[in-house]
Design a protein around this ligand. Sequence first.
Ligand code: A3P
Length: 355
Amino acid sequence: MCSDRTTTTLASGHKIIHLEGEELSRQEKDWEGYTEGLVRLTPGRWLFSSTFIQHANKYYNFKMREKDVLLMTYTKCGTTWLQEVVWTMRNNPDLDNPMAAAAVNTRVPFIEMDLFLKSKKIPEIEADHPMMKAFQKMCPGRDAAADGMFLQMAESAPDSRTIKTHLPLSLLPQNLLDTCKVVYLARNPRDAIVSFFHHARIFRIHSYTGTFDDFVQYFVDDDFLYGPYWLHLKEAWEQRNHPNLHFMFYEDLKTNNMKELKKLNNFLNTKLTDQQLNNVSHYTSFPEMKARNSLLGEGGDIFLNLDIINKDGGFYRKGEVGSWKGKYTKEQDQKINHWINKNLGDIGIDFKYTA
Ligand code: A3P
């Protein structure tokens, strides 16, 4: 092992440590999409593809605007659902906005998506690709490779932006909560793991080829992209009483949908009527979103392992609370329990694991 694996310090104050040796080989073997190396940021042990570094300071200094709503989640905690819920509440409560036909990620830009674009598992996005055309239209004369395609599209989007991120609070602007509203959606980790196992196989940028047993181990070892899961959660949970942060749970949104939509209505100050909230509830229900199958936008197929999707199903998998049941062996279940108990004491969240 190299004696000095610490190289640079980010604007956030985090030091970058490049993964090496056996640790890196193991990840690269199981996650064939991680072709550009991996880094850990300390403090926190945040794990990212090395490509995160290119724009890390721009994410940290991202200029949020007063009318923005930032949607934050750990991966597989219901991000896309929240995107559709909040965008519809803000822009389409009468279900008559033609913009709704655009993909969810087009309407609600994913700020740090660029970090996934260099994976050799996906083709380079050329000038004639629909995503590059959309970029050129929105950001004429700008350089996608040097300054980020998705980042600049998010920067250029007009008010009122609804933006998606999986980054934790500590890697985002420190005046975030003083500037705009933030919604954090959490999900119980047992369902999130099962959901991610499916996602990691269908998305080429991950291309996970390891076993489910190893997958669980990566998760409980916090050797997982965007992790540690608990720290991500804890940073937001500690801000749950901040007037500009609304903390909510996937499980509540699922089992008590209207009640949660009403709370969001208050928080976002969207002033929707009960009829409009009913529209949103129906339009963003799992069967409706699955039927529309809207996520990535034109050209988004380059990100997908269609052979696995055809065999095991697409992005909209189950959309349930408790679909982890029957998926874990006794040993895996014990491992997860131990990991939950070790971390939960510190945070005090009471997750619901069944509907
Ligand atoms: P499952 O794999 O358990 O079905 P993310 O958007 O963060 O990647 O989260 C994806 C998870 O949210 C998937 O969970 C997906 O099916 C679920 N999901 C997407 N739309 C949903 C909806 N309208 N209602 C409930 N769950 C939804």
